[in-house]
Ligand binder design. Sequence first.
Ligand SMILES: Cc1cc2nc3c(=O)[nH]c(=O)nc-3n(C[C@H](O)[C@H](O)[C@H](O)COP(=O)(O)O)c2cc1C
Length: 138
Amino acid sequence: MKIVYWSGTGNTEKMAEFIKEGIIGAGKNAETVVVSDVNVDELLKEEVIILGCSAMGDEVLEESEFEPFIDEISTKVSGKKVALFGSYGWGDGQWMRDFEERIIGYGCTIIDNPLIIQNEPDDCKQECIDFGIKIALA
Ligand SMILES: Cc1cc2nc3c(=O)[nH]c(=O)nc-3n(C[C@H](O)[C@H](O)[C@H](O)COP(=O)(O)O)c2cc1C
């Protein structure tokens, strides 16, 4: 399974690593890929796609790398199971509600609920691992 993410200061990246730990612990393969390195054709071979991005701008996805990537895959992901996650700061999670609605609009099924964690995820490591386990079993 591939976990594609964007992270400015490393918080979403840490979430990605903890989620990976959960997936591997549940007996599946997992690798993290920073969005600027993703091979979209390879990614689209996967039945399950795991996407992470922190809240940026004014409750939006990061605009120079992650947003174009989502735009690129938008017409190619119908029917896939997608898990969403990301770190945020001062907002109430609106960026992730909008992201979820978009992904559903592309014809995907959302695994569990998107996992959002405020700021640095160290205290929520187990929550991330549990999310990874749910993804592995989805
Ligand atoms: C340019 C910028 C814009 C941000 N916009 C929001 C926002 O709209 N809502 C929010 O909750 N947090 C916002 N934040 C806070 C980040 O989402 C938060 O620091 C998060 O932990 C960063 O995770 P990352 O290290 O994975 O990028 C913003 C941070 C930056 C630097």
